[in-house]
Design a protein around this ligand. Structure first.
Ligand SMILES: [Zn+2]
Length: 73
């Protein structure tokens, strides 16, 4: 029975860790297009003052314009 001891404290700890990880990733720019999964490209600097940082070459998805920050359920 030794293996069962502390089982649910461990579970709580995992939950907490998962939330912290979620917050970390939610605050990072996305790595891939949420529409097609293509890795996002860095947009070249523009003179027009565009604030586009990342974009998808296939469907034109742009970060941060089209980005919806993931919400914790
Ligand atoms: Zn895409």
């Amino acid at each position: 029975m030794a293996a069962a001891q502390g089982g649910w404290w461990q579970l709580l700890d995992i939950r907490k860790q998962a939330q912290e990880e979620f917050d970390f990733w939610a605050s990072q720019p996305p790595m891939a297009c949420p529409l097609c999964g293509e890795p996002l490209r860095n947009s070249p600097p523009t003179d027009s003052g565009s604030s586009v940082e990342l974009y998808c070459p296939f469907d034109g998805w742009q970060y941060p314009r089209d980005y919806i920050r993931p919400q914790r359920l």
